[in-house]
Design a protein around this ligand. Structure first.
Ligand code: ADP
Length: 545
């Protein structure tokens, strides 16, 4: 006979996370650098009060459970209120990535059928451009005071402060099924249309609990956390939920993400932990070196979204910052692995430790991983066998929004990444499956070749792509950006690979370009590079830089 446990049951709802912070960490600050340029400060208690006020405003406007409310906004306190106020009443906060193409944004808004869109003033020109193509949107709300609304705007807009004013800062948060949707985020759709990933309250709350653990983000009430990773893409890696969960102070940097702006804010606010993609940290390191800064308080930077090149981790360490490597994706809410030391780490040499730190890390509690071969059979955890990386767990997607077709293969989600897992469970991404270089039946890791190129002192940025080859099917071609003033040649850069990888893995050629563009989520635009340079070995004249 079943014997039910006799513990209290409360659904895992996001409202409970902020409510807890407002009661137990009431005077802890949320500091925001606003689009207007000034610094705004208030507390978790204030944030909760205004999230309740927003919830009442939304309800009085007829917004109900399941309705989607879009946001086009930087990291700031009003965005935080939207996360909690919208999801708190069972509606869905749909964060939209403003770095996507306007056509993609229009597609996303229409696909999600957003009823309202709340946007930062800096996105007013974008709103002006897309609004005529979004007939279902009932109101466009600018995240500002009434007095800051533009004088002449070609469509009716409201100010957020007027929208919420007059409503009570008190609500009894509705209790509903924790499996209900809280947040919607679309993938960036590098191939085909963006796909919606609908996060449940349960998934986001559980990930927040798991992510604060010492071997994950290691967050506590003594921390001041600055998510640089945007709240408009995969919930800034869940930090707006995990920071209040432990009562950490939050610093939200708004739109200015260059090295100098970040350093000034971090120093001023005593930031201890931050999170962002590698290019953010490259910008910070460049600035700190240029002006001779060294970090004392800012001790940890979580690096994810793209591989953290070992030379970047080294530069950060020299400046007093530990790079903590993490891996995830939109479909994983996004957290899959974090690289933290294992029991045997203390016995390892400096070189061995650097090798471990360069890996993407071990699965955090609540996520399970495996690598499989092309036949679907699981590969050994030997640190060598590279295969398709599969994931399952409490915050892994099962269906894309708007489809009832499962996204799973026998209960596992195929991440589209190629990886190895070693005997201690450390996973290392060798490639996106569409970026791997298939040469004469062997797979060559583009990430490894990029990391070597970027460790050359005269290389600013590098991408390695598979270029068609008449004999080997594909061969690696390196596309690189020289540092200012450098006259590095292709043969010098290729010689730099000697002894670092097997000879047959060394790129066949290098093309130097003036810049390498990044996608809307901070990754190298390899698809565009393949289109431009993919025939370099078969029609060399077709790919002149
Ligand atoms: P999209 O750009 O499609 O929205 P995401 O922003 O969800 O994708 O990014 C997910 C992908 O980013 C992963 O599948 C992986 O290829 C890459 N990625 C994320 N973190 C890392 C990392 N630490 N190292 C290497 N690749 C990473």
């Amino acid at each position: 006979m079943n014997l039910p446990g006799q513990m209290m049951y409360t659904p895992l709802l996001l409202s409970s996370v902020l409510q807890q912070a407002a009661r137990h960490f009431d005077s802890v600050e949320i500091v925001s650098r606003r689009v207007e340029g000034d610094i705004h400060r208030y507390t978790y208690r204030d944030c909760h009060a205004r999230a309740m006020q927003l919830a009442n405003a939304l309800t009085s406007r007829g917004i109900a459970a399941g309705d989607r409310i879009g946001t086009l906004a930087w990291n700031g306190y009003r965005h935080m209120e939207l996360y909690y106020g919208v999801a708190g009443i069972g509606a869905v906060c749909h964060t939209i990535n403003p770095r996507l193409f306007p056509e993609q944004i229009t597609y996303i808004i229409n696909h999600a059928r957003d009823r309202l869109i709340c946007f930062d003033a800096s996105f007013a020109p974008l709103v002006e451009q897309i609004a005529p193509q979004c007939p279902h949107v009932e109101a466009w709300i600018m995240l500002c005071d009434e007095k800051d609304l533009p004088d002449a705007f070609p469509l009716p807009i409201e100010s957020y402060e007027t929208f919420i004013s007059g409503h009570a800062q008190q609500i009894s948060w509705p209790q509903f099924d924790e499996q209900q949707a809280a947040v919607l985020c679309y993938t960036s759709g590098t191939t085909g249309n963006p796909k919606g990933v609908l996060y449940s309250h349960r998934a986001l709350t559980m990930m927040a609990y798991a992510s604060v653990a010492p071997d994950a983000f290691c967050l506590s009430a003594t921390d001041t956390v600055a998510p640089v990773v945007p709240m408009f893409h995969v919930n800034a890696w869940g930090l707006p939920f995990s920071a209040p969960l432990v009562g950490a102070r939050l610093v939200l940097p708004g739109p200015r993400l260059d090295g100098e702006s970040l350093w000034t804010l971090f120093e001023q606010e005593g930031v201890t932990v931050s999170a962002g993609v590698p290019t953010i940290w490259l910008g910070l390191v460049d600035y700190m070196r240029r002006v001779g800064k060294h970090s004392d308080r800012f001790g940890r930077a979580i690096v994810g979204g793209a591989a953290c090149p070992p030379h970047l981790a080294r530069s950060m360490r020299e400046l007093g910052i530990k790079a903590v490597h993490a891996w995830g994706m939109t479909e994983l809410s996004p957290l899959g692995t974090v690289c933290a030391p294992s029991n045997s780490y203390r016995d390892k040499s400096v070189e061995e430790r650097a090798c471990i730190d360069a890996k993407q890390g071990r699965a955090i509690a609540g996520v399970d991983l495996k690598v499989v071969g092309t036949d679907g059979a699981e590969l050994p955890w030997d640190g060598n066998s590279a295969g398709n990386l599969m994931a399952r767990g409490h915050w892994v997607l099962s269906h894309y929004y708007g489809t009832d077709q499962t996204a799973l293969e026998n209960g596992w989600f195929a991440t589209g990444d190629v990886a190895t897992i070693d005997a201690e469970g450390y996973m290392q991404i060798t490639d996106r499956s569409k970026d791997v270089i298939k040469s004469g039946g062997e797979w060559i890791s583009s990430i490894e070749l990029e990391n070597i190129a970027m460790s050359h002192p005269e290389v600013e940025m590098a991408a390695c792509i598979a270029a068609e080859h008449p004999k080997w099917d594909e061969r690696p071609l390196l596309i690189a950006v020289r540092r200012p003033g450098s006259a590095l040649t292709a043969s010098q850069l290729l010689a730099f690979y000697d002894g670092k990888v097997a000879r047959w893995c060394i790129p066949d050629d290098v093309v130097f370009v003036a810049e390498l563009r990044l996608t809307a989520t901070g990754k190298l635009q390899k698809l565009a590079l393949r289109q431009r340079f993919g025939k370099h070995f078969v029609e060399p004249h077709a790919s002149k830089a």
